[in-house]
Design a protein around this ligand. Structure first.
Ligand code: SDX
Length: 423
């Protein structure tokens, strides 16, 4: 039996065969690369709900079972046994680091955690209270002017240098911008602190107060970054690949990915969750908002619920849910927010509208509460998502390059517009 699928145009009875490809896990795919040349037609799949855009060996999600793995390692095992930098190394170097490799990698990142001070002048050009994602996206795009010199992006060692610079400098850019808008004196990276702890330190410290962080705070923040590191071909990763397919520089690709992640349907959802919980205000008002979420005529959606791929619990939400409760027990949070969140979970997980559509809490539902408990302002949540996701974007950009020849991303369309307007 041939590994092919036959498609028949019932209008003409004409049939065509297309090869079926199998991966190491997950659904097979029908290779329709020759579909237009064979049939003279395009396929149509708005939002790419049934379309595989590439072959990848980085991340796999089983949406039905609620499973996620990076290069074969289950996400719950990684979250339990590894640190964020282990996963960054796994994504970029395709294997988990030995103790020595991790230490050397950590040092390389520390050495790259400063930014060219001239870049900070951009912050003065931004209006007060400009969203941190505007500052971050602009600064990363600007990095191509500051750090692109003598860099051959086709050379893997040059690419790895760029990757380490982005992973190392993005936390500094975010922390510096946070302090800039508040008029706080800048706090530089403390190279005696761990990668994750250092970010919280740069946010909170003052020259007179070097701050002592609680272990649970570092553990929770570590998990937030680790659990955001990569997630197959989501909207922002697909954007990074699409921009990379034009042979644009990786800084341009990552900056575009930041823009895609900003949307509240994607990486902006964690900020959306908290704003929604604050708007609901009390558990008594939850029913009113659940009704709005179910109303087809109301564009309102329950932030932190639903997912294009997961039709089960998002495994990341499960890990974060446990940490959320542990963190809140130890450092406290506006208990009303938690009561509202738990009331939403309680209703949504039993209500037919959500159950029938398999709408479960996703990663953003709990990450927002953890970041809130850590005292990070709502408007910075998406930037924190970027900090976690940038190693995933870089590994996907690199994989696309490795699977040369890179075909430029250029979908077709079904034209439904006007014709023959001027003869
Ligand atoms: C992330 O893709 C990734 O991997 C992303 C991400 C990553 O790590 O990169 O996991 C990160 O972006 C997580 C998702 C964060 N977004 C939110 O929490 C925003 C709220 N969720 C929705 O906007 C929505 O669920 C999406 C965008 C996440 C998914 O939308 P889909 O796959 O396009 O699904 P859909 O809009 O077709 O919804 C199917 C049905 C619809 O109802 P019907 O037309 O069938 O009657 O479910 C309904 C939708 O109206 N629905 C919701 C809902 N999400 C879907 N109804 C109310 N509230 C919601 N949140």
């Amino acid at each position: 039996m041939a590994n092919t699928m036959t498609m028949t145009d019932n209008r003409t009875g004409k049939s065509w065969e297309f090869p079926i490809l199998s991966g190491t896990k997950g659904p097979d795919v029908v290779d329709i690369g020759s579909f237009y040349s064979q049939t003279g037609m395009f396929t149509f799949d708005q939002g790419y709900t049934s379309t595989a855009s590439c072959k990848s060996a980085i991340t796999f999600i089983d949406g039905e079972k609620g499973e996620l793995m990076h290069r074969g390692y289950d996400i719950a095992w990684l979250a339990e046994n590894k640190k964020f930098l282990d996963v960054v190394y796994l994504l970029l170097y395709k294997k988990l680091p030995s103790k020595e490799e991790l230490e050397s990698f950590r040092l390389e990142l520390k050495q790259r955690s400063y930014i060219n001070e001239k870049m900070l002048k951009l912050f003065d050009a931004l209006p007060d209270k400009a969203h941190p994602m505007a500052a971050l996206q602009s600064t990363v795009a600007m990095m191509s002017a500051y750090y692109k010199r003598d860099m051959n992006i086709d050379d893997i060692s040059d690419f790895m240098e760029l990757a380490k610079r982005l992973v190392a400098k993005i936390p500094t850019i975010i922390a510096f911008y946070y302090r800039h808008v508040r008029g706080f004196p800048q706090i530089y990276p403390d190279l005696d602190r761990g990668f994750v702890e250092n970010f919280l330190y740069m946010l909170r410290a003052f020259p007179h107060d070097r701050v002592d962080l609680k272990p649970i705070e570092v553990k929770a923040f570590e998990a937030v970054l680790l659990l955001h590191a990569d997630h197959e071909q989501n909207a922002s990763t697909s954007t990074v690949r699409a921009v990379g397919s034009t042979h644009a520089h990786p800084y341009a690709s990552i900056s575009a990915g930041i823009g895609a992640l900003w949307g509240h349907a994607h990486g902006g959802a964690n900020e959306g969750v908290i704003r929604q919980l604050e708007e609901i205000g009390t558990p008594e008002r939850v029913d009113e908002f659940i009704a709005r979420a179910k109303d087809k005529n109301d564009p309102f959606r329950l932030m932190g619920f639903g997912h294009r791929v997961y039709k089960n619990f998002d495994p990341r939400a499960k890990v974060l849910g446990k940490l959320r409760d542990q963190l809140i027990d130890e450092i406290g949070i506006d208990t009303n927010l938690i009561k509202v969140a738990k009331r939403i979970e309680e209703i949504a997980l039993n209500d037919e509208y959500f159950v029938s559509r398999k709408l479960y809490p996703n990663v953003d539902f709990n990450s927002g509460l953890i970041l809130k408990a850590l005292g990070i302002p709502n408007e910075m949540f998406a930037a924190i998502f970027v900090m976690g996701r940038v190693p995933g974007w870089l590994s996907q950009w690199m994989e696309q390059k490795e699977n040369a020849p890179v075909k430029i991303t250029r979908p077709r369309q079904l034209y439904v517009g006007a014709v023959d307007q001027a003869k």
